[in-house]
Design a protein around this ligand. Structure first.
Ligand SMILES: [Zn+2]
Length: 145
């Protein structure tokens, strides 16, 4: 019994770590990723063909903790409230992918892609560099306010 409980606690802590990792990855909006690249002096053209239209795959998810109606379930909302719910909770972020599927899901094991719209060449950037950069900026803003 004790053994089982201990295993479950261990699983919970892994889940929490993964959730924390994902929260940090979700800070990186496509706009912030573009700002990061330009601040780091990354060329705005494809390394293979020189084309200037590059895109980053992005993901949209709903963060229910931002709901303007915390006391209601999404299914209980009126149509108008659903619209407000959607606008308040939608989070857009650059889609992270795992660098090594067999390793732990830490920020350091994720990467972002930049895809050339002309030739399809893909370049990869370690997510950690971007996440740390975004978090640094957020700290600065908190100090200023
Ligand atoms: Zn290209």
């Amino acid at each position: 019994m004790v053994q089982i409980r201990r295993n479950m606690e261990k699983m919970h802590s892994i889940d929490d770590a993964e959730r924390r990792t994902y929260r940090r990855l979700q800070l990186v909006t496509p706009q912030l990723f573009a700002q990061f690249l330009s601040e780091k002096g990354v060329a705005r053209s494809c390394l293979a063909c020189g084309h200037s239209e590059l895109s980053t795959p992005e993901t949209m998810s709903l963060d229910s903790s931002r709901s303007p109606f915390p006391e209601k379930k999404p299914s209980e909302l009126t149509e108008e409230e659903s619209q407000q719910y959607f606008e308040a909770t939608a989070v857009h972020y650059a889609t992270p992918s795992l660098i090594d599927e067999s390793k732990t899901k830490l920020v350091s094991n994720y990467q972002y892609r930049l895809v050339c719209q002309n030739c399809g060449f893909i370049s990869y950037f370690r997510a950690a560099n971007v996440v740390y950069w975004v978090e640094d900026r957020m700290n600065v803003h908190e100090d200023e306010s």
